[in-house]
Write a new protein. Structure first.
Length: 337
């Protein structure tokens, strides 16, 4: 078992210490998740290798329980709260974290309230409800969702499963990258770098912890429309950006979490911003040439990997974070006007 984080340790606000995490927390999280998550495959594509000029190793977390890697962190965080006697949980999310929390809460027979943007992807709303969660729609920006979470938390006595600030969530998400590194090593290959999408930051923070001491670089990928991590790096702290519309709905948070920023700011070697057309192109090539149905957030990482690895001739891991994508979007991308 890993460290049992207390509510006091989880309270990240000005004047409070940010929880310290290391690669050992990733190892402990992997032990706690053994038999509870699927060991998703690492996929190769000759066509994508030719496009990139490198060897791409695609971690297909689109095939994970709940359709994304988010279930890893949610199972740990909700499990901790259940062991502490929680009466129910609440979380804000653009979609995948909410699905994961609903699944984890169902395992523990806890009620779950999930606060999503008012324009959340219908497929993600359906999957939350199918998993027994109650959906509340609130605005379109992070601050609006967080305000509703706080209001409902106080009203109903629910425990918050934060998608960015919870150490168990970050450690759980990091197990996907750790698994990728080990799976590639089992093929007799050492990755030179790993490319991870950035939204609220749990994926990139977990990847940095997993890659620590492994001799590989961590590359972040975020939509050019929502460059929250890049803006935070320039400012030296998390800042709220003016988010434009993006098809990568999973990467819409307009501010990176303080815990992920603290963990990733000195470990990420490069941050690549990806234009909307490149995200769509990557989604298309993943479908046509790797036979993978991925969502635009995952396609953002693939697009960045194609750009980053051009001509390097190296081995690059790519975290394909999820596959909860609207069929109509797939159709539009495959048959553009």
């Amino acid at each position: 078992m890993g460290h049992a984080w207390t509510r006091e340790e989880l309270a990240i606000s000005p004047g409070n210490e940010i929880p310290q995490l290391t690669s050992m927390d990733i190892d402990r999280a992997a032990d706690r998740l053994a038999g509870r998550v699927w060991r998703t495959p690492v996929v190769r594509s000759d066509h994508l290798d030719a496009l990139s000029g490198a060897r791409l190793w695609l971690k297909a977390e689109n095939l994970q329980r709940g359709g994304s890697f988010k279930v890893r962190g949610a199972l740990l965080a909700v499990g901790r709260l259940a062991s502490e006697g929680s009466r129910g949980v609440i979380a804000q999310s653009t979609g995948n974290h909410a699905i994961a929390v609903a699944l984890a809460a169902r395992e523990h027979r806890l009620p779950a309230v999930l606060v999503l943007p008012s324009d959340a992807a219908p497929i993600k709303v359906r999957r939350i409800r199918d998993s027994g969660g109650v959906v509340v729609l609130a605005g379109t920006v992070l601050a609006e969702r967080e305000a509703v979470v706080e209001e409902l938390r106080e009203l109903h006595g629910l425990d918050v499963v934060d998608p960015y600030q919870d150490p168990d969530v970050v450690a759980g998400q990091g197990t996907a990258t750790a698994e990728l590194i080990k799976q590639v090593a089992a093929e007799g290959v050492s990755l030179d770098s790993v490319v991870v999408p950035i939204g609220g930051g749990s994926a990139i923070a977990g990847a940095c912890l997993a890659a620590s001491g492994q001799g590989l670089t961590v590359v972040g990928a975020e939509p050019a429309s929502v460059p929250a991590f890049g803006a935070a790096l320039r400012a030296g702290q998390p800042v709220t950006v003016s988010a434009l519309e993006t098809i990568a709905d999973g990467l819409r948070p307009d501010r990176i979490g303080s815990l992920p920023f603290h963990l990733a700011r000195r470990s990420v070697s490069t941050v690549i911003t990806v234009e909307e057309s490149a995200i769509a192109d990557a989604l298309r090539v993943a479908f046509l040439h790797a036979r993978l149905v991925i969502e635009p957030a995952a396609a953002t990482a693939l697009a960045a990997a194609l750009q980053y690895s051009a001509g390097r001739g190296t081995d690059v891991g790519v975290l394909l974070s999820g596959g909860n994508v609207e069929p109509s979007l797939i159709s539009a991308v495959l048959d553009p006007v």
